[in-house]
Ligand binder design. Sequence first.
Ligand SMILES: Cc1ncc(COP(=O)(O)O)c(C=O)c1O
Length: 440
Amino acid sequence: MQFSKFGEKFTKNSGILQLMDDLGNALNSEQPINMLGGGNPARIDKVNQTYWSVFKSLAEGDMGSMAIENIGNYSTPQGDAKFIAALVDFFNRHYDWGLTTDNIALTNGSQNAFFYLFNLFGGQFDDTKQGSIDKKILLPLAPEYVGYADAHVDGQHFIAVLPSIEFVQHQGEDGFFKYRVDFDTLENLAELHNGEIGAICCSRPTNPTGNVLTDDEMARLEAIAKRFDIPLIIDNAYGMPFPNIIYSQATLNWNEQIILCFSLSKIGLPGVRTGIVVANPQVVKAISSLNAIVNLAPTRFGAAIATPLLQDDRLKDLSDNHIRPFYQGQAKLAVQLLKQELGDLPSPYNNVMKIHKPEGAIFLWVWFKDLPITTVELYARLKAKGTLIIPSEHFFVGVDTDNFKHAHECIRLSIAQDDETLKKGIATIGEVVRAVYAKQ
Ligand SMILES: Cc1ncc(COP(=O)(O)O)c(C=O)c1O
């Protein structure tokens, strides 16, 4: 059987598909695995109890009719109307954005939204002068979320800007760095490709690094988006107000230039596949049209669970008082363990390990400076010892990493696991990384 070009592109064996298969197989294997590799959220008792109680009340009692409405009927392609109304009310109550129901569309997870958005704003455009023009999505700060990489229906249409690396302290301690947007390069690129950039996109907090772009960086990105009259897409999967896994000072803005993407996944409900897009009515209409063709209508189950939790602010309370503190605690523990294992690598390799300042999301990003092997090789050695991480090169979407050593020297660790898994996994990382430097 032969597939179309589209089929060829979407079925080819990418590195990341292989990696995701590895992670899935590891979860199903008999052998004990220290799973520091995936993007699954943590199971937090208090949070799950709340979902369970809503779930039970949907199945019985006075909300029974809502459950039947939700599973017994399609919504419109825009998404579940009650949930959209609850979201409008929630965002206006907390942020005063003046939204109406024309500003929100739902998708089957935010991954689904990025597929739409990257194909709406990147790829071939009709142009009266040139006939056709190839537009790119500009990623202002590489590394970025690996899930963006293969989203275009034909080819890859990204340009990314490498980070400036600043050595910083974290809670009074050395051994940390923070990526900052290199605005000189970004502005030059934007000028050079004037008319060839369809949108700017960033995740905030960022997967994989846990970086949170500062308010000042966001304001500058928004100004560039305005200047070139293109949307600024903000991937808020880990951001405020839910799941609010963000520890640095940051504010969240929305206006018609911005497309803000939310998800119910990192509040602990990845299986309900619910993404939320807040945008101007033209974009919301476009997403609804795409939903009609691709899905008929988005799933309603997440909507049924989240609607009452938005109406009485329980979701905000869970995020502020249970979800964020859980991850903040795990980030602190993981930093302690890493420093214990590798903070004192013997001379001449002293301080080879640097950790990206943990500012949010569910990961730590660790840099092994001048590592004698690539982290793809390190991944294989750790996997052989039962610990899974993700090597850095996959996250440099839109970057030619051949001449950028740093892109082969970092790893992403999930901190969503229990203390025991973190301890065992980080102990293995310590042992393997020490051996790699010692053999040089
Ligand atoms: C930054 C970021 N954006 C989007 C997604 C997609 O999430 P979902 O489709 O589950 O909403 C993920 C998942 O890990 C993510 O880390």
